[in-house]
Ligand binder design. Structure first.
Ligand SMILES: [Zn+2]
Length: 276
C-alpha cells in the first residue's frame, strides 16, 4: 500500500510508504533504528513534517551512518509540502489502485506454484473442516504412516483399511482396495463415472473423474469427492484410535446419510447429481 500524502493526518511518518512509494525506514534505516518504536507507530506526517519536528523524535547518539541517513532524509523532505486534501492510500497491486481481496490473495501467493486441485476445494460447497482436510490431503500433509516416519515418529506402517499395503495418503484415499470399492459403489450410486487407470496421486485421479462429467455437474462432484475422502479418513481414524471397524457396506451407508445431511445444509449441486 503506498500513500499519496495530502494533509498527512492519516499517514505514519516513519512507517508508511509515503515518500515516492517507500517508507522512511527503507530510505534511512540507521536513523529509523534510533527512533523509539512507540513513536514510529503513531507519529503522523502532519505532526512531523512542519518545522522539521521529526528531528525531535531522534534519540541517542548519532553515529556516522545515522548522520548520513539524517542528511539524506533532510534533503528529500525539503521539497515536500502538505496540502489541504486527505491522504490517499493506493493499493499498488491492481491497475486502478483500489484494494481487492483477490489481488491480496494473488500477492500472498506471488511466486508460489498453485496447488493442483485447490480450486476444486475452495470454490465448492463443503464444511470448512472438510475443505481444510482435503487441502491437507492434496498437499500430502496428513499424518499417515509415511509422514510420521519421515518425522521420526512411531507408526503402524500397514494401511488400516486394506491391511495389505504401506499407508500413504494417496494409497489410503485413492489406491487402496477398500477405498476403491467405496469409490466405485458411491460414484455409481450418484450416477457418476469412475476409473482407476493406475496407482496415482489424489489430484491426478480426481482430475479425469471430474472431466468425465459435463461441466454443470463438476462442482457437485467435487463436493461428493470431498465427502467421500472425509468418510474414508474417519473410518481409518476409527480403526486406529477407537478400535472400531466398519465394513464397506456400513461405510457406504454412512456416506449416504452424510450426502443427505450436506444437501439439506446447502450443498445444492451435490443434490443435482443423482438422477431420481
Ligand atoms: Zn489400503
Amino acid at each position: 500500500m503506498t500513500v499519496q500524502v495530502g494533509n498527512g493526518e492519516r499517514t505514519l511518518f516513519w512507517r508508511d510508504n509515503w515518500i515516492n512509494g517507500s517508507p522512511v525506514s527503507r530510505m534511512a534505516p540507521y536513523l529509523f533504528q534510533v527512533i523509539p518504536k512507540r513513536i514510529t507507530k503513531r507519529r503522523t506526517v502532519a505532526e512531523a513534517l512542519p518545522h522539521r519536528r521529526w528531528i525531535r523524535d531522534i534519540r541517542g547518539g548519532l553515529s556516522v551512518l545515522v548522520l548520513r541517513d539524517y542528511i539524506r532524509l533532510w534533503q528529500v523532505l525539503a521539497d515536500m509540502h502538505l496540502s489541504m486534501d486527505s491522504d490517499r492510500f493506493i493499493w499498488r497491486w491492481t491497475a486502478n489502485g483500489t484494494y481487492s481481496a483477490a489481488s491480496a490473495y494473488r500477492i500472498m501467493h506471488h511466486g508460489t506454484i498453485p496447488l493442483a486441485g485447490s480450486r476444486w476445494i475452495w470454490k465448492n460447497w463443503a464444511p470448512q473442516r472438510v475443505k481444510f482436510f482435503t487441502w491437507l490431503a492434496l498437499k500430502q500433509r496428513l499424518w499417515t504412516a509415511d509422514r510420521r516416519r519421515r518425522h521420526g515418529l512411531d507408526a503402524h506402517d500397514i494401511c488400516w483399511l486394506c491391511d495389505q499395503e504401506q499407508e500413504t495418503a494417496d494409497h489410503l484415499l485413492v489406491n487402496c482396495s477398500f477405498a476403491k470399492q467405496i469409490w466405485w459403489n458411491m460414484l455409481s450410486w450418484m450416477d457418476c463415472a469412475c476409473t482407476f487407470p493406475m496407482p496415482m496421486e489424489l489430484h491426478q485421479w480426481w482430475k479425469p473423474i471430474r472431466q468425465m462429467q459435463v461441466k454443470e455437474r463438476r462442482r457437485g462432484l467435487d463436493t461428493l469427492v470431498m465427502l467421500i475422502l472425509w468418510c474414508l479418513w474417519k473410518e481409518r481414524n476409527a480403526r486406529l484410535f477407537d478400535n472400531l471397524s466398519s465394513n464397506a457396506l456400513e461405510v457406504q451407508d454412512r456416506i449416504k446419510v452424510d450426502i443427505k445431511l450436506w444437501i439439506d445444509a446447502g450443498a445444492t449441486r451435490l443434490g443435482c447429481l443423482r438422477h431420481e
